[in-house]
Design a protein around this ligand. Structure first.
Ligand SMILES: [Ca+2]
Ligand SMILES: [Ca+2]
Ligand SMILES: [Ca+2]
Length: 488
């Protein structure tokens, strides 16, 4: 049986006197007849759309749809010719039935994208089905819908449970307020927060005219129901110019918490000690080999996959994430912790004994080529770590919520592939220069090699301080990189 509101219940929801009372009565009239009614400053717009969700929802969920959309999705009501700005919005769902009511997520979207979640993840489970309930949603109602027990006809504040699907915390991991995209349309995502706002506050002061949409969806397999009709009640102040709606923007911090960058000590060029001798060439060989070992160690560190521990707290901003991921802001700002990066271990140099070097021009030319190759590789590695890393270099699930800037979150993460890992790119050209059989050539080859080693030391220090968005190419952090907590 559908219970009607009592006068007392209406008086509680409409404390502001005759005009409001008249509007409430108009809602009830519409609820009974689905005929338009209105008074000065208030207008009522009914829709007879029956929005049904089938009981057998497996096929929808198996297709990977985030939730099951109702048979009419969204149901729309055009509003035109209303003067002034909105002062209040109320919605009546005159006949709601559902076998497991907390499966229902019902979202109102205004002409400019204003949102109010009417009901989500509340009204209990299969033991307390909704049976032709008449639900009036008003910010002025005295109570929210109950989360864990059944809901009966009455007036309620819009209610969005965010702790779970109307069940005790931790008992159900299936909470999803992911509305599917309507055919040819865009899926609604929360304005300015991680969750849809459960109030009509976003509508106040805006223009009432345009298309209003009601999105009814079901977030859990099995158990269906129907929302039979809906009635929109809009009150306006005719003398007030409406403001354009702008989605509320929560702030995202730009702080990144890394470890202090170790200072890299410049390697000594040992001026004045360079000679044209076999001993000198042995020294050079050690310098070159040490450089190659460093470069190999950095390569291996990157190839192993950059892990969560290697990333600074708050490493990534929205621009670092692939554009398929829908980001938003969250009211909660996680405390950021510094990373604890893997060390870049450079193995000890083993020098081959008994190798003779002769101070010939051919040997000098070989040395110069080795020095130039080392510097080139070092600069390429530095360029790679300095903004060319990709999500392909990141281990799967490395990006935990606290690796995003504080206040930033992922609202929607469609399954997608990782990009290719970065590779060394040709760095700045390094000139071979003049190679003569003299001390100046030996010294300049050493300088070239030392430049390379300095660059490698900078890269190593950078890796061990923690990586952040600046080290990655924009838009490359992708679905596989996201921790499970961000895959929604
Ligand atoms: Ca919810
Ligand atoms: Ca939900
Ligand atoms: Ca269901």
């Amino acid at each position: 049986m559908t219970r009607r509101f009592t006068d007392a219940a209406l008086a509680r929801t409409r404390p502001r006197g005759r005009r409001g009372r008249a509007a409430a009565v108009a809602v009830l009239a519409a609820a009974g007849t689905l005929a338009a009614a209105g008074t000065a400053g208030a207008a009522t717009f009914p829709s007879g759309d029956v929005m049904a969700v089938p009981a057998d929802q497996g096929p929808f969920l198996e297709q990977g749809l985030p939730n099951v959309p109702a048979s009419i999705y969204p149901s729309t009501i055009p509003v035109a010719g209303q003067p002034g700005a909105i002062t209040e919005v109320r919605v009546t769902l005159p006949k709601v039935s559902h076998a497991w009511a907390s499966d229902l997520d019902i979202l109102l979207v205004g002409p400019e994208g204003q949102q109010a979640m009417l009901t989500s993840d509340v009204c209990g489970d299969r033991t307390s089905p909704l049976t032709a309930a008449n639900l009036l949603f008003s910010d002025g109602a005295g109570q929210p819908l109950p989360a864990l027990t059944g809901c009966v006809s009455g007036a309620y504040k819009p209610t969005n449970s965010t702790a779970g699907r109307g069940e005790p915390p931790g008992s159900d991991s299936n909470r999803q307020d992911n509305f599917p995209a309507p055919p040819g349309g865009v899926a609604p995502v929360p304005n300015g927060g991680a969750e849809f706002e459960a109030s009509f506050a976003q509508f106040v002061g805006t223009n009432p005219n345009g298309t209003w949409s009601l999105y009814v969806s079901d977030d859990s397999v099995n158990d269906g129901g129907a929302v039979e009709g809906w009635i929109l009640d809009v009150e306006v102040n005719p003398g007030q110019a409406p403001l354009a709606f702008t989605a509320p923007q929560a702030t995202v911090s730009d702080t990144t918490v890394c470890r202090p960058l170790a200072s890299t000590k410049p390697s000594s060029s040992k001026k004045g000690k360079v000679t044209l001798s076999s001993g000198q060439f042995r020294i050079n060989q050690r310098i070159f080999a040490a450089g190659v070992l460093r470069a190999n160690a950095i390569d291996a560190w990157l190839k192993a996959g950059i892990q969560s521990r290697d990333l600074c707290g708050g490493a990534f901003a929205a621009a670092d994430l692939n554009s398929s991921l829908v980001t938003g802001t969250t009211g909660a700002k996680p405390a950021l912790t510094p990373p604890n990066p893997r060390s870049v271990d450079v193995p000890k140099l083993k020098v081959k004994k008994g190798v003779k070097f002769s101070a010939t021009r051919a040997q000098l030319l070989i040395n110069r080529r080795i020095a130039v190759a080392l510097k080139k590789r070092a600069l390429a590695l530095e360029a790679r770590v300095d903004g060319r890393l990709t999500g392909g270099d990141l281990a799967d699930e490395a990006v935990a919520p606290d690796k995003l800037r504080s206040g930033l979150t992922v609202l929607r993460a469609p399954v997608g592939a990782k990009p290719k890992p970065s590779t060394d790119v040709t760095g700045k050209p390094v000139k071979l220069g003049t190679v003569r059989r003299n001390v100046a050539t030996v010294r300049s080859s050493q300088q070239i090699a030392a430049d390379g080693i300095r660059a490698l030391n900078r890269v190593r220090a950078r890796l061990q301080a923690g990586l952040s968005g600046a080290n990655f190419a924009d838009g490359t952090v992708s679905y596989p990189n996201l921790a499970q907590a961000l895959r929604r």
